[in-house]
Design a protein around this ligand. Structure first.
Ligand code: NI
Length: 133
C-alpha cells in the first residue's frame, strides 16, 4: 500500500542521513524498518509487568506552550513510582530528562505512554530490569 506522510524537514533530513549511512536502497525501505522497530518496541512495552526498576529518558523543547507544567503535573501524580529525576539543558531550547522509576511495570509503562504522547516531547525511551532475588 502507498501512504502519504507529512514530516518536519529537519526530521526527514536526519532520517535520510541515517538511511544513506546505513546503505538502504530507498527511503521506503528505511521507513518500513522504522515501523517494524516501532511495533517491536510497542510489543516489548506490553510485556512490562510485575516489579521493575527502570529509567525513562526523554527530550523535549521547553518552549512548547504548557509542556513544562504538564510534565510536572504528571510527574507529581506518580510520586510513588518516581524515585528521582535528572534534568540536563541540552541547548537554548531543548532539555533532556532522566526519570528513575521503581514499582509495578504496568504503572511505569502507563507513565511512559503519557509522557510520550505529550506535544513537544520528541523522544522517549524506557528501559527496565527485573530485580534479582
Ligand atoms: Ni532544561
Amino acid at each position: 500500500m502507498r501512504i502519504g506522510v507529512s514530516l518536519p524537514e529537519n526530521l526527514l533530513n536526519r532520517f535520510d542521513g541515517i538511511i544513506s549511512q546505513r546503505g538502504y536502497s530507498s527511503r521506503s525501505e528505511g521507513i518500513r524498518d522504522a515501523i517494524r522497530g516501532y511495533i517491536r518496541y510497542y510489543d516489548w512495552m506490553s510485556d512490562v509487568k510485575g516489579e521493575r526498576y527502570g529509567a525513562i529518558s526523554l527530550t523535549y523543547n521547553h518552549h512548547q506552550r504548557g509542556l513544562a507544567d504538564e510534565l510536572a503535573d504528571i510527574e507529581h501524580e506518580y510520586i510513588g513510582t518516581i524515585q528521582s529525576t535528572l534534568h540536563v539543558h541540552i541547548d537554548k531550547d531543548n532539555c533532556f530528562e532522566l526519570i528513575v522509576v521503581h514499582g509495578e511495570g504496568i504503572k511505569i509503562k502507563e507513565l511512559t505512554e503519557r509522557l510520550t504522547s505529550l506535544k513537544g516531547v520528541e523522544h522517549t525511551k524506557l528501559t527496565t530490569i527485573v530485580p534479582e532475588l
